[in-house]
Design a protein around this ligand. Structure first.
Ligand code: ZN
Length: 100
């Protein structure tokens, strides 16, 4: 069992999620609430970020609206088809697109 460096209380492994939706685990002290990431936990979350791919696409005018192209890799991964309807959900950090 891991011990807290602040109060030497016992530390419990917990799981959290970053704002990008990446899950990670960390240790939290049961006594004082101190939270730390071990070297392995840090490495795991860093690796997840490295494999997370970013897609940069250009918006194009379509009448009064703007159109966005989804890269082929994305359409295949999420099973999106031509003429399919999706729902755009505005969120604080950006937009979320889910099948309608
Ligand atoms: Zn502590």
């Amino acid at each position: 069992m891991k011990k807290c460096s602040e109060c030497s209380g016992l530390m419990k492994e917990m799981t959290g999620q970053t704002t990008e939706g990446v899950s990670y685990s960390y240790y939290q002290c049961r006594k004082c609430g101190e939270e730390i990431l071990s070297r392995e936990q840090l490495h795991t979350v860093a690796t997840k970020y490295r494999v997370m791919k970013n897609y940069r696409v250009r918006l194009t005018r379509w009448g009064l609206s703007l159109g966005m192209r989804f890269p082929k890799e994305i359409t295949e991964k999420y099973g999106l088809r031509d003429n399919e309807e999706v729902t755009i959900i505005p969120e604080e950090e950006g937009l979320k697109v889910i099948p309608a």
